[in-house]
Design a protein around this ligand. Structure first.
Ligand code: PBG
Ligand code: ZN
Length: 364
């Protein structure tokens, strides 16, 4: 029981500045009165008293198995260039991607997701679906060097189109209203060629209607009926993708992505999107971004029995890195608390640029 108000007032002390505050324990007493200690039935602090007790009742854990590490493949050899807005993240040529993949695997991280920056961009996104495309080359090389590492291919067109949108535009369109169904054909081709090159999982990220069904059909026709689809099911039109677009060189040249990516105000729409993707044959579902959309992760988890992934996106990473490099936050503790938060919200898998650091911290 708290002391009643008048007792509190009596014990108030006026400081030099004239501020009033009530001390927790009056200056003449080393212990509060017995009556104040025995009247509580519930004392949740009992289970927080020691480390073993806290461990016994811990509800969620983060493990290295939950992590997926994103990598950016670029043409060339021996090339590694740090992304300005993402300290610790690099654009890497295929040989460097392979080195990185080995490191990732040795850290116990089971999977990477590949993005590609092609030599040339055009309106047909040729670099996305060409058998000699950059992601195809990277996938083949990684699977050869580290066969057990699960390679996910991001399947979208924005890194490969000259205008930077995630699909076909009407000739002369300067608004960025992507044509849905013609885009599906390109995505199908892209997915098949990525799997042919060695990708284990296809992750379509363009938010086109029917993209899961189209890709499923394409994969099945090509004999890849065992390749799972991780759908970017609820992907929002977010300012948090800014640094990624530096890394992947995929900023739209005009317009924005709001005619295909979701309105940040909506959550029922996310449920609609995941229901459609499940019906179309998705094997896993993603929510993206993660931090500002924890409620969406939670709602999606409640609505499905499929594994749920959360994408801890580039802007979320950049903010933590900037604060950490300034010495304003404890990077390890903030990152681990954030990743655990995604688990608590319901994420089974976490795509994160912190994956390698997190794996090291989990080992320590
Ligand atoms: C492309 C794609 C984007 C991200 C993943 N795939 C960017 C976008 O939609 O513009 C963002 C990832 C990140 O910010 O870390 N469809
Ligand atoms: Zn895209």
């Amino acid at each position: 029981m708290l002391p009643n108000q008048s007792e509190f007032d009596m014990r108030s002390i006026e400081t030099k500045e004239g501020e009033i505050y009530a001390p927790c324990v009056s200056p003449n007493r080393s212990m509060p009165p017995v009556s104040n200690r025995t009247q509580l039935t519930h004392r949740p602090r009992r289970l927080r008293r020691t480390t073993p007790l806290r461990q016994m009742v811990r509800e969620n854990v983060l493990t290295t198995n939950d992590l997926i590490y994103p990598l950016f493949a670029v043409p060339g050899k021996g090339f590694a260039q740090e992304v300005k807005s993402m300290p610790g993240v690099y654009q890497l040529s295929v040989d460097k991607i392979v080195e990185e993949a080995k490191q990732v695997y040795d850290l116990g991280i089971p999977s990477i997701i590949l993005f590609g920056i092609p030599e040339d961009k055009d309106v047909d996104a040729t670099g996305a679906w060409h058998d000699c495309g950059i992601v195809q080359k990277a996938a083949t090389a990684v699977k050869e060097a580290v066969p057990e590492l699960v390679v996910i291919a991001d399947t979208c067109l924005c890194e490969y189109t000259s205008h930077g949108h995630c699909g076909y535009l009407e000739v002369g369109d300067l608004t960025g209203r992507v044509l849905n169904d013609p885009t599906l054909e390109l995505l199908k081709k892209t997915a098949v060629s990525q799997v042919k090159a060695g990708a284990d999982i296809i992750a379509p990220s363009g938010m086109m209607d029917g993209f899961v069904q189209a890709i499923r059909e394409g994969l099945d026709e090509a004999g890849f009926e065992d390749t799972p689809i991780l759908s970017y099911a609820a992907k929002y039109a977010s300012a948090y993708y800014g640094p990624f677009r530096d890394a992947a060189d995929s900023t739209p040249q005009f317009g924005d992505r709001r005619t295909y990516q979701m309105d940040p105000a909506n959550v029922r729409e996310a449920i609609k999107e995941i229901e459609l993707d499940i019906a179309e044959g998705a094997d896993m579902l993603m929510v993206k971004p993660a931090l500002a959309y924890m409620d969406v992760i939670c709602r999606v988890k409640e609505a499905t029995n499929l594994p749920v992934a959360a994408y801890n996106v580039s802007g979320e990473y950049a903010m933590v890195k900037a604060a950490a490099l300034n010495g304003w936050i404890d990077e390890e503790r903030v990152v681990m608390e954030t990743l655990l938060g995604f688990k608590r919200a319901g994420a089974d898998l976490i795509l994160t640029y912190h994956a390698k650091d997190a794996a090291r911290w989990l080992k320590a």
